[in-house]
Design a protein. Structure first.
Length: 169
């Protein structure tokens, strides 16, 4: 069974979903690729959901750089490999989609890697926001570019108040 709850955050409401095997979903208020609830989902309380909320609160307060949670994202083997690779991008740093494709071992598969990145069901915890265009522009993000800019600024990857990457992303 998957248990879910909604929490408030500095980037808007988030939907959190977990099962006994780990965290399954962090979804923004208006996701680009919404994940429909399964028949086995129920709203409620779960120890893991409380831990996720506590760690997200610490992250948004600038007190946490890494998450220590059991993760159970649902996807293809290729998507899961891309998502695991996201976890290796250090706090406060960014890489390009080309670099992500290289790290996954598929340097010529930038589009496929970008698509898998865009389907990441655990944003923030698996930091897809740290992947930017090769020209330094902020590019598509399931939570919207203002959220991506907020997260990168929070981590010190963008100067505060400086629109270094342009408003269009």
């Amino acid at each position: 069974m998957t248990v879910y709850t909604r929490i408030d955050s500095p980037v808007g409401p988030l939907l959190l979903a977990a099962a006994d095997d780990g965290l399954r979903l962090i979804e923004f208020h208006e996701p680009r690729h919404p994940i429909p609830p399964g028949k086995d989902w129920r709203e409620g309380d779960h120890d893991l959901l409380r831990a996720v909320q506590a760690q997200l609160d610490e992250y948004f307060a600038g007190k946490r750089r890494d998450f220590d949670l059991p993760l159970a994202p649902q996807g293809t083997a290729f998507q899961c490999e891309v998502w695991r690779t996201l976890a290796s991008i250090p706090y406060g740093e960014t890489i390009s989609y080309a670099e992500l494709a290289t790290r996954v071992g598929r340097p010529s598969a930038m589009r496929a890697v970008g698509a898998a990145n865009g389907r990441n069901p655990l944003p923030i915890v698996l930091p897809c926001h740290r992947v930017i265009g090769s020209n330094g522009n902020l590019t598509g993000f399931g939570g919207g570019l203002p959220t991506k800019r907020f997260l990168l600024t929070l981590e010190g990857a963008l100067p505060t108040g400086d629109d270094l990457f342009g408003s269009a992303g």
